[in-house]
Write a protein that binds this ligand. Structure first.
Ligand code: 4AD
Ligand code: MG
Length: 435
């Protein structure tokens, strides 16, 4: 190769280079146009597009043989573009083909032809070439980084917990099971057990951003069989409101940070992030039922609020509190897992809701082993099956609470994506294991 790859600069750097300077760029020839006396290559790289132009007949001949999506390295002189959009372009001096693409592409990535999501996912790598998709994953990457920044600054320790586990924590119905040298093994549904272990060990504040697995045979816009779980737990809380305070502060910090650090990507997606006001309303479960009764939805204490009604609660809350971010608190214990602390029938479990959809679930945990044992029995479960869970509670467990939140849902909701699958690189659902 005659052109030096180490001298490559990105398209965005060409925009800030002086006219007349000689540069080297590399990327994909997203569009190639040869018009006889002039030829254009619309080069795409990680930072965007750059127009390469040539009036040299030898180069024009070579350009006309170039296929869309071939990878090239090119050298040329920076000049002001005559196009309406302005900016800089490159007057091509030379180029080399590093990888020639086949002439027919299975899907259109330019966004000009609409392709249904399922087909896009079949050719996900090609689909990800669309700069709008790259923007989604740059934002997702920053969201994880901002989350880490916030938590590490607030005394949290990042953990990595096992994904191959001997038992479930979120109910048997959604467990994936496999063979483990003749024994049963399950894919972890949540970090619940391990984050509590670490608080028993004295870590005080922990979090993880890692995969969780749910055998949910549902085909919805918000369920996957593998999702990225942001799980969080803190010790020495007075009640669940201590957790809500950190959660709402993290959420506002995150949105503000993304607004600054992902300005370009958000503009490309045409998405304005709305920053909700602190504190978020604490809407009790009882209040949700009352709000629903005003639109003639009659639910009794203990009834689950289904997806459609949950959405309606979102609209009613928006009307009353002028916000899209709120907590549903004080759920009946019957609707929450055995490990949540209760005050009689009412539990200390909550959900974090965004636009009427669940983004996180959490609560204060029961840390007193005798009461916890009773709660396990109360749910019709056998405490003997939970000895692995109960053991650390016998040797000093502080009062504690936390939550679990789906990063995939988070990205979907804040970017207003129609389907959770658009927020995941290679989504997994009951039908999809490839690519
Ligand atoms: O509501 P979930 O099941 O709660 C727990 O896992 C508890 N251990 C949390 C706690 O600390 N008490 O899951 C937490 C969040 C959900 O609110 C949702 O955002 C996401 O994880 N989630 C899923 N995301 C995509 N696909 C699925 N199948 C999901 N299941 C849960
Ligand atoms: Mg939940």
């Amino acid at each position: 190769m005659a052109l030096d790859l180490h001298k490559r600069i990105l398209s965005a750097e060409v925009q800030s280079s002086k006219a007349g300077s000689q540069v080297i760029v590399a990327g994909w020839a997203s569009e190639v146009k040869s018009l006889g006396k002039i030829a254009f290559i619309k080069l795409r790289d990680r930072e965007g597009y750059l127009q390469l132009v040539s009036t040299d007949f030898k180069l024009i001949g070579r350009i006309s043989k170039l296929t869309n999506e071939s990878v090239i390295i090119a050298s040329g002189k920076v000049q002001k573009s005559k196009a309406k959009a302005g900016g800089n372009e490159l007057e091509l001096k030379d180029f080399e083909v590093l990888s020639l693409a086949e002439p027919k592409l299975p899907i259109d990535m330019s966004g000009k032809i609409e392709t249904d999501l399922s087909k896009r996912l079949d050719y996900r790598v090609l689909d990800l070439k669309n700069p709008k998709n790259l923007a989604i994953f740059k934002i997702r990457s920053q969201a994880n980084a901002s989350t880490r920044d916030f938590l590490l600054a607030n005394g949290f320790i990042e953990m990595q917990t096992p994904k191959l586990v001997a038992a479930g924590t979120e109910g048997g119905a959604t467990l994936f099971q496999a063979d483990y040298y003749g024994k049963k093994v399950f894919l972890s549904q949540s970090q619940q057990l391990y984050k509590q272990y670490l608080l028993a060990a004295g870590f005080d504040r922990v979090f993880e951003i890692g995969p969780s697995f749910r055998a949910e045979k549902s085909h919805t816009m918000r369920h996957l069989t593998e999702f990225t779980h942001f799980d969080f737990e803190m010790a020495f809380i007075k009640d669940e409101d201590d957790v809500l305070k950190v959660l709402e502060q993290w959420f506002v910090f995150l949105l503000k940070d993304l607004k600054v650090k992902c300005k370009k990507e958000l503009e490309l997606l045409g998405t304005a992030l709305e920053i909700p006001k602190l504190p978020f309303p604490r809407v009790t479960y009882e209040e949700c039922l009352k709000l629903l009764s005003t639109i003639s939805v009659k639910l009794k204490f203990g009834n689950d609020i289904g997806t459609d009604d949950e959405k309606k609660v979102g609209e009613l809350v928006k009307k009353k509190y002028k916000t899209n971010s709120y907590f549903i608190t004080k759920y009946p214990f019957g609707l929450k897992p055995f490990y949540i602390m209760t005050d009689g029938e009412v539990s200390r479990g909550f959900d974090f809701e965004y636009e009427g959809e669940e983004l996180a679930s959490g609560g204060q945990r029961e840390h007193r082993v005798d009461i916890l044992t009773k709660q396990i029995k109360g749910k019709g479960l056998n405490p003997k099956d939970f000895e692995f869970y109960l053991m650390p509670f016998r040797y000093g467990m502080p009062p504690h609470g936390g939550f679990g939140l789906g990063i995939d849902r988070l990205i979907r909701y804040i970017l207003k994506l129609e389907n959770i699958r658009e927020a995941v690189l290679f989504p997994r659902d009951p039908e999809r294991l490839m690519p």
